[in-house]
Design a protein around this ligand. Structure first.
Ligand code: 6R9
Length: 650
């Protein structure tokens, strides 16, 4: 492992914000010596306060912590207004549509577009500070306007990824008690229109708290309009005033909710608040991607996920950068599309997920060599561990063995990166997220709260609250405490546990080993096994189901379902039955949760107390030999029966 180490590019390091490991260590030491001084200093330097804060950190009601109490600011003003003096004609967003249509939106234009939408929401729809707005949008600039317009008037946005089904959208609307939904008729994918508005119609079929739906007309396909509820963005926006005073917000006023899967129950609304979130979004943009004034930065995520929130919209705009937004898919019209865009826009930082790298590698190995990629300086990955072949190709063929790869480890709940290399400082190792960022007290602990030994798998924790830490689970204080602060204690005090396992190597580097709970990571997206199981159980023929993750070449992990059918409904046709099961999933969650494998079994391996032993099911799915102790099972013979059923499906 130690041999496989890549030092930062010396030329790059000269001008980097953090130039070497000494500088990294100095920052980390400063944070350890005076935690509040460290964060307070950056909060003063990086944010424009309407009223300065009185107090850096209040932990008296831990884990309900407060950062920068007394401070007033507005996040949309951080992202737009404060750049108008020096950057009004700079590109804020460069948009490329699926079909190759382009738009460049300057900071001044962004200011007008956001203000107009903010006025529309406030004056026409009556949206007030603290009310929730659900955004169900394709990757078009209006999605960013919608986020920033909510921030401007103090409304809390909750983006639902466009791939979620009507049921999933409805659940999120109901949980957040949203007043407004902002959507689009649809958009384009692989040169064809696809639709979103009909999904919203279906989600709102039964009564909810939603009063108004605002529709951006993007692909101009036919949609139905519900009188008194549905309004055209394109029409209403024309009459709006171009200025809108930003609402004065407390540092701890909520900025947004983003629903994410946990190990149990339904998805939880992760809440992020204003000042701490935007501070760390900006700082990590500066440190981890080292974006400079004239750089062009591209993150390929979707705004429906946290990566899109922090690293397409909030982080880049907070620092006054140029951020690229892309509607299409990276392999269309061919697997050279991203590299063509890198050449055309002279992209300097490129940030994507290992699953995309694997697809691009597999389907277009030689594509990077056809384009001029010399503008690239930093390459990023996020969402799941990156495997060595994908890393090597990314490093050599895309980055020309000259660019640092920042393997950024973080979560919806952490708001921004927590463990990551710094491109000008950290010697990198393939597949390794390396070290906690300055200010983040990230530690691998064992179950007793002691620091894990080198080479010993432990729990990835953060031992002190940091500014962009999750502030709550919407409407469920108990779940917030139990989900994140219930498992690990250090020196008797609960600490934030990520749910991931991790290992230190001999250099003190951190490698993330994946979730320790029942969450699977499909193409970098989090899926709770409980959620998928609940969906499958809605099929009338299903008696019992257990879902586990199984390694998958492209997706990282695939979904493997073991299903016990109801006896009196014996299967006539297994292929049809699998289709029917996947249709239920499509309806309840969306295509992202479709099963890769479905195996019908006569029973599940349960302990005498009725608990399903998933470890065994995971081993069988992988085709591993069963080494676990099966003596506590109610019926140990079921293991061999299931293994045979899986074998016969292969
Ligand atoms: C940002 C994001 C979070 C989960 C996380 C972990 C996995 C993210 C990773 C990584 C290994 C990395 N994860 N980054 N695993 N190396 N660099 O993905 O947020 O959707 O909430 O997922 O993704 O398991 O717990 P989210």
């Amino acid at each position: 492992m130690t041999k496989n180490i890549f030092k930062p590019n010396k030329e790059f390091a000269k001008n980097a914000r953090i130039k070497n490991m000494c500088e990294y260590q100095e920052l980390q030491d400063a944070a350890m010596e005076d935690y509040e001084g460290f964060w307070g200093g950056f909060a003063k330097e990086k944010l424009d306060w309407i009223k300065p804060f009185d107090n850096v950190l209040n932990e008296s009601n831990f884990p309900f912590v407060k950062w920068f109490e007394g401070g007033k600011l507005n996040v949309s003003a951080q992202c737009i207004d404060r750049h108008l003096n020096s950057r009004k004609n700079k590109a804020a967003i460069i948009f490329e549509g699926d079909r190759g249509d382009k738009q460049i939106i300057t900071y001044l234009e962004l200011y007008y577009n956001v203000n107009k939408l903010a006025n529309l929401l406030k004056n026409e729809f009556g949206v007030k500070k603290g009310e929730r707005v659900v955004i169900y949008m394709p990757m078009i600039p209006e999605a960013a306007y919608a986020m920033l317009a909510c921030a401007r008037i103090g409304a809390i946005h909750s983006i639902v990824f466009g791939g979620f089904s009507a049921e999933a959208l409805r659940d999120r609307i109901v949980d957040a008690e949203a007043k407004v939904v902002i959507t689009a008729d649809g958009a384009y994918r692989k040169d064809k229109p696809y639709m979103l508005k009909p999904v919203v119609d279906q989600a709102l079929e039964e009564k909810t708290t939603v009063e108004k739906v605002l529709i951006v007309e993007r692909n101009n396909e036919d949609i139905t309009w519900v009188a008194g509820r549905d309004y055209s963005y394109n029409e209403l926006i024309k009459n709006q005033d171009v200025t809108c005073e930003p609402e004065v917000m407390d540092a701890e006023d909520p900025l947004f909710l983003l629903y994410t899967s946990g190990s149990t129950g339904k998805p939880k609304g992760v809440q992020h608040n204003s000042a701490g979130y935007i501070l760390w979004a900006q700082m990590t943009m500066e440190w981890v991607f080292d974006v400079k004034e004239n750089d062009t930065y591209w993150c390929t995520a979707d705004v429906g996920w946290i990566t899109g929130h922090t690293y397409i919209v909030y982080g880049p705009l907070a620092m006054g950068a140029t951020t690229v937004m892309f509607e299409g898919v990276p392999t269309y019209p061919d697997a050279g599309r991203p590299w063509k865009m890198v050449e055309e826009y002279k992209i300097n930082q490129f940030y994507t997920a290992p699953t995309a790298i694997r697809v691009l590698h597999k389907t277009g190995e030689d594509e990077p060599s056809k384009y001029d990629l010399s503008s690239l300086k930093v390459l990023g990955t996020v969402g799941e561990p990156i495997d060595p072949p994908a890393w090597k190709w990314y490093y050599e063929e895309v980055g020309g063995s000259r660019c640092a790869i920042v393997d950024t480890y973080w979560q919806t709940e952490t708001g921004g990166h927590i463990v990551s290399p710094l491109p000008g400082a950290t010697p990198i190792k393939p597949g390794c997220a390396t070290m906690p960022l300055p200010g983040i007290m990230g530690e691998i602990l064992d179950e007793n709260g002691n620091k894990a030994e080198v080479g010993e798998k432990g729990l990835m924790c953060v031992t002190r609250p940091w500014p962009s830490m999750i502030r709550g689970v919407w409407g469920d204080e108990d779940r917030f405490i139990k989900s994140y602060f219930g498992d690990v204690k250090k020196d008797g005090k609960p600490v934030y546990f990520t749910g991931d396992g991790a290992i230190y190597d001999e250099d003190g580097y951190i490698t993330i080993t994946g979730r320790t709970d029942d969450v699977i990571n499909v193409s970098g997206h989090r899926m709770g096994t409980a959620e998928v199981e609940a969906a499958i159980k809605k099929h009338p023929n299903v008696a019992e189901v257990a879902v586990v993750g199984k390694p998958h070449d492209i997706k990282g992990e695939g979904i493997f379902a073991y299903i016990v059918l109801k006896e009196d409904n014996g299967i006539a046709d297994e292929v049809e039955e699998v289709k029917a099961i996947n249709n239920v999933i499509k309806k309840e969650i969306g295509n992202i949760a479709l099963c890769d494998d479905v195996v019908f079994v006569p029973g599940l391996p349960k302990t005498r107390s009725g608990k399903i032993m998933r470890r065994i099911l995971r081993s069988i799915a992988k085709g591993e030999e069963i080494t676990q102790d099966t003596s506590t099972l109610e019926d140990p013979s079921i293991v061999a029966t299931i293994a045979t059923a899986v074998q016969s499906c292969r």
